[in-house]
Design a protein around this ligand. Structure first.
Ligand SMILES: *Cc1c(COP(=O)(O)O)cnc(C)c1O
Length: 486
């Protein structure tokens, strides 16, 4: 591998070279200074590169190759389920009748699109074991907030206004406490025990008359199944609280276990993770929320209903928390998820879970001799290692992640969950072959050996990328998004 030294398009510019051809102007020219206030008008010509069509083609193709996506390589980013997105999803989402409908069209003219969404809701009800589902929320965190707002409305309708607290385990995804805060609740942390599971004693201590809900991911973000879930549900329910299921990572339990059967009252799903919506570039997501019967009145409106053989939006929902998104969710992502569910079928979805879990356990056991394994139990769809042993040699988990770039891999999630020191969280997903898993494990083993024998090579990584180590805080807070002349 070598650094790409293709010159940037701005440096290729040659005066007078053009990459476009436009027809002759045959309309009167407008004097913009009459239309726009002076402050908005440019005084000088913009400095744009003058290049040929081929130059610009090469520019964008080169940029696209600098990006890492699941279509270009392994992407074991824990908790993010970067699995392969089947291309049939894209074909179906581009059908004229789906891609070219307008959300303000009359319901009678989009019955097929409404039927697809209704059917998708029915499938998600079956998959989660809930009683009703809304497709409105646009992402996982948005689903969390929607669910918590419904729980708040439920308690308020019962005159139960002292329930101001949401209990969240210390291993939880960061969006959980954030959503609870945005929904106006106070977050209370419940500790994990030495097995990486919620500590039942601590749960009993923190749950009480002021508990609105417990938010839980199961399996949790350590990849471990909360085997005491029925007892936990009993503790929370008998105190009058509700159980919220963060179902972003349903890959681990699809067709095997259902949050509805575990005692959960509300669940959100990430269709852009488990159900193969493309994600990773901040594109549209879909975070449907399912509820048990006693929360149905609070669902965001409108609710998509079937009336005889007609599909329609029901706005007559006096207890609804209101609309949470314009129109009715990110339709294109919902089409992809529907296509995925229908192409997989129930047996296919079961195989997803079995292979996701098998792949994770296989990698965990192959890596165990070389890295610390904080929780030595069977994992579900992902597992966490600790880089403590390497840290003693002066190689931090961040260095290991950067070194993996040299092997052409997207690094795993690191330093999360927060309750594991030097955490490395690996989620292989079910769509990867044994050969890919082995090649990644071999790279990790080589890095572990380098940490002992030649730590500089890890500490100074990456060596093969266009840009080396960034100041990540600055890159996030003050990104330089425009070409800057040297
Ligand atoms: C990804 C994820 C979320 C957040 O989902 P977004 O769609 O990114 O908002 C929440 N919880 C868990 C466990 C996740 O993995």
């Amino acid at each position: 591998m070598h650094k790409e030294d293709q010159p940037l398009i701005f440096e290729l510019s040659t005066e007078g070279r053009i990459g476009y051809s436009l027809p002759e102007m045959d309309i009167p020219e407008i004097d913009l200074s009459e239309l726009l206030p002076k402050g908005y008008l440019r005084e000088e010509e913009p400095e744009l590169p003058e290049v040929s069509e081929l130059d610009i083609m090469r520019h964008y193709t080169a940029l696209s190759k600098r990006n890492h996506g699941v279509d270009s390589g392994f992407y074991p980013l824990g908790s993010c389920t970067m699995k392969y997105n089947p291309k049939i999803n894209e074909n179906v989402a581009r059908f004229n009748g789906f891609a070219h409908v307008h959300p303000l069209q009359d319901e009678s003219s989009v019955q097929g699109a409404l039927e697809l969404m209704y059917d998708l809701q029915e499938h998600l009800i079956e998959i989660t074991g809930m009683d009703e589902v809304t497709l409105q929320p646009a992402a996982g965190a948005h689903g969390e907030w929607t669910g918590l707002m419904m729980i708040r409305a439920y308690h308020e309708a019962n005159g139960d206004t002292k329930r101001t607290k949401v209990v969240v385990p210390d291993s939880a995804h960061g969006t959980n406490p954030a959503s609870a805060t945005v929904a106006g609740f106070e977050t209370v942390t419940v500790k994990s025990d030495e097995n990486g599971l919620v500590d039942l004693e601590d749960l009993r201590r923190v749950v009480g008359e002021d508990t609105a809900a417990l938010m839980l991911t199961n399996p949790n973000t350590l990849g471990l199944f909360e085997e005491n879930i029925l007892e936990m549900a009993e503790i929370v329910h008998s105190a009058g609280g509700k159980l919220y299921y963060d179902g972003a990572n349903l890959n681990a339990v699809l067709s095997k276990a259902r949050p509805g059967d575990m005692g959960f009252d509300v669940v959100h799903l990430n269709l852009h993770k488990t159900f193969t919506g493309p994600h990773g570039g901040g594109g549209p997501g879909s975070g449907p929320v399912g509820v048990k019967a006693d929360l149905i009145p609070y669902l965001p409106k409108p609710v998509l209903v079937k009336n005889g053989d007609q599909y329609e939006f029901d706005y007559d929902r006096p207890h609804s928390i209101g609309r949470v998104k314009p129109y009715y969710g990110n339709f294109g992502i919902n089409v992809r998820a529907y296509t995925y569910i229908r192409t997989m079928g129930p047996d296919g979805l079961k195989a997803v879970t079995e292979n996701a879990v098998l792949n994770a356990n296989y990698m965990m056991r192959r890596l165990e001799p070389f890295f610390d394994l904080p929780f030595d139990r069977h994992c579900k769809h992902e597992f966490v290692l600790s880089g403590k042993r390497q840290k003693k040699l002066g190689v931090r988990t961040l260095d290991i992640a950067k070194r993996l770039l040299d092997f052409g891999y997207h690094p795993p999630t690191i330093y999360f969950p927060l309750n594991v020191e030097e955490c490395i969280m690996i989620e292989p997903t079910e769509t990867e072959s044994k050969e890919t898993l082995d090649a990644f494990v071999d790279a990790m083993i080589q890095i572990a050996k380098e940490a002992e024998e030649n730590p500089e090579i890890v500490q100074e990584a990456p060596h093969t990328t266009v840009i080396g180590r960034l100041d990540e805080t600055m890159a996030a807070r003050k990104p330089v998004l425009r070409y800057q002349k040297q």
